[in-house]
Design a protein around this ligand. Structure first.
Ligand code: SF4
Length: 427
C-alpha cells in the first residue's frame, strides 16, 4: 500500500489467521516505505482496518471497529479499509461509509463489476500480498499462508466469491517466508490447506502438501496445519503430520449427518470421520484433534442434531468450535427451505458447547502428571503440540523460562482448557 507519508501507522486486524498474515505483509510494505508502527490509533497518520466478512457477526464487528477508529483518529489522518469486507462489498462499503478515505481489495483478482473507490485522489496499486516479504515474527511462532482462494463450493460459504479461485504459491517463496519469520513454530494456513498444488497440476499437483510440510520441517522445530478438508486427509498426509512431531489434526468437518452434509455440498459422514480418527489414533495414540461445526443449517432436523451430539461424545476431540449458521447472500444455502428457528439454534449450540467443554476438560485432566514439551510463547505461557496458538488452551509456566525456548515441564494441574506446569507463575 503506497504510504501517505513517513509518519506512524496503525493496523487493526479482524478475522482469521489468513487475515493476520495479510496484515503482517501489509506492515512489511509500510515499513519498507519508511513509516513506523504506533500502538495507539490516535497517534497514527494512517489507520488501516483489515476486515472480516465471513458471517454477519464478523461484518458487524468490522463496521463497529471502523466507526470507532474513525472517531479516535487524529485530524487529517487517513482511514483505509481492506480485507474481506473491502473485497466483498467494495463500492457499496465506500458509499455507506463516507468516513473512510479508501476501500481497497487485497490483490485478489477482483470480479470486474467491483471497482476500487479511492475517495481520496490517489489511486493505489494492486498488490499481490501472497508473495510479498514480511517482517520477522514478534512471537516464536507464525502463520504462513500457502495459497489464496478456494475451488470448493460449500453451501454456506461466500469466501470463493470474493477471495477467488485457489492460487497456490511457489514452494520457494513459502520456504523463504518461513525463514524470514525467524519463528520456531510455523502454522501453515489457507482456505483449503490440503488442496495445495491441485490448481497447478504441472508444477505442483495433488498431494504437494506432503513434501511441503517435510521441507518446512527442515527449517523449523514445529510445523502445524490448520483447515484440513476431511476427504484430503490421506495416509501420506497423516504419516507426515505424525512424523512431524506435531500430531495435531484440525479437521474442518462442519457436520456429521450425511443428508445434511450433502445439502452443504460437502463430503463425508459421521462414521467415515470416526473411522479416520480411529485410524490416526492407532497410528499415533497421543494425536490431538480440533474441529468446527455449523449448527442450524437450513433443513437441520432433531435427528441431525442428535447425530452430532453422539459424534462429539464418541469422537472425544480435544477442541471443537460450534458456530450458528449465518445466511450469506449469493450462497447455495441462502435459497434453501427449512430455516431453523434462532431460539432452537441457540439451544442446540448451548447443548453441544456444554458437552464439548466437559470432554475438553476431561482430556486435559488426563495430562496431569505427564511431562510435556512446550514452546514458551510469552512470559509464563507456552504450548505443547496439542495447542494451536490463539484458538486452543495454553500451558501456564514458571515466569523465568525464556521466550522462544522449547522446554520439558511436568503438568501438575488443569484448569478448564489450560494446563498448569510445576512452578507456574513462580520464577
Ligand atoms: S473449503 Fe468450503 S468453507 Fe472452506 S473456504 Fe472453501 S468453500 Fe468456504
Amino acid at each position: 500500500m503506497e504510504s501517505v507519508g513517513s509518519g506512524g501507522f496503525y493496523v487493526e486486524t479482524l478475522g482469521c489467521p489468513k487475515n493476520q498474515v495479510d496484515s503482517d505483509k501489509l506492515v512489511g510494505t509500510l515499513l519498507a516505505d519508511g513509516m513506523f508502527p504506533v500502538d495507539d490509533a490516535a497517534d497514527a497518520e494512517l489507520v488501516v482496518v483489515n476486515t472480516c466478512a465471513f458471517i454477519e457477526e464478523a461484518r458487524r464487528e468490522s463496521i463497529d471497529t471502523i466507526l470507532a477508529l474513525s472517531e479516535s483518529r487524529r485530524p487529517g489522518a487517513r482511514l483505509v479499509v481492506t480485507g474481506c469486507m473491502a473485497e466483498r462489498y467494495g463500492s457499496e462499503l465506500a458509499e455507506e461509509l463516507p468516513e473512510v478515505d479508501a476501500v481497497l481489495g487485497f490483490g485478489a483478482p477482483i470480479a470486474p463489476q467491483r471497482t476500487r473507490i479511492p475517495v481520496a485522489s490517489v489511486d493505489l496499486p494492486n498488490l499481490d500480498l501472497l508473495n510479498l516479504p514480511r517482517p520477522a515474527s514478534a512471537a516464536p511462532w507464525a502463520y504462513v499462508k500457502i495459497a489464496e482462494g478456494c475451488n470448493r463450493s460449500c453451501g454456506f460459504c461466500a469466501i470463493p466469491s470474493f477471495r477467488g479461485p485457489q492460487r497456490s504459491r511457489d514452494v520457494e517463496s513459502i520456504l523463504t517466508e518461513v525463514s524470514e519469520t525467524g519463528a520456531r513454530e510455523i502454522v501453515l494456513v489457507a482456505q483449503d490447506l490440503a488442496s495445495f498444488g491441485t490448481d497447478r497440476p504441472s508444477e505442483l499437483g495433488a498431494g504437494s502438501i506432503v513434501p511441503l510440510v517435510r521441507e518446512v520441517g527442515q527449517l523449523v522445530d514445529r510445523v502445524r496445519l490448520l483447515y484440513l478438508y476431511p476427504s484430503d486427509l490421506d495416509d501420506a498426509l497423516i504419516d507426515t503430520v505424525c512424523d512431524s512431531g506435531v500430531p495435531y489434526f484440525d479437521l474442518s468437518l462442519q457436520h456429521v449427518s450425511k443428508p445434511l452434509l450433502r445439502a452443504m455440498r460437502r463430503w463425508g459422514d459421521g462414521q467415515r470421520f470416526l473411522d479416520r480418527i480411529a485410524s490416526i489414533r492407532e497410528r499415533e495414540p497421543d494425536a490431538a484433534f480440533r474441529s468446527n461445526f455449523i449448527v442450524g443449517y437450513p433443513g437441520e432436523t432433531e435427528d441431525d442434531h442428535d447425530q452430532l451430539l453422539q459424534f462429539v461424545e464418541e469422537a472425544q476431540l480435544d477442541w471443537c468450535g460450534f458456530f450458528a449458521y449465518s445466511r450469506e447472500e449469493g450462497t447455495h444455502a441462502a435459497s434453501l427451505d427449512g430455516v431453523v428457528d434462532p431460539e432452537l439454534m441457540s439451544e442446540r449450540l448451548a447443548e453441544l458447547r456444554a458437552l464439548q467443554d466437559d470432554i475438553t476438560a476431561e482430556r486435559r485432566d488426563l495430562l496431569i502428571g505427564a511431562e510435556v514439551e512446550v514452546l514458551v510463547d510469552a512470559e509464563g505461557e507456552g504450548r505443547s503440540f496439542r495447542e494451536a496458538p490463539e484458538i486452543d488452551g495454553v500451558v501456564r509456566l514458571p515466569v523465568d523460562l525464556a521466550v522462544g525456548e522449547i522446554v520439558t515441564v511436568e503438568i501438575i494441574d488443569a484448569e478448564g482448557p489450560d494446563l498448569v506446569a510445576a512452578g507456574a507463575g513462580e520464577g
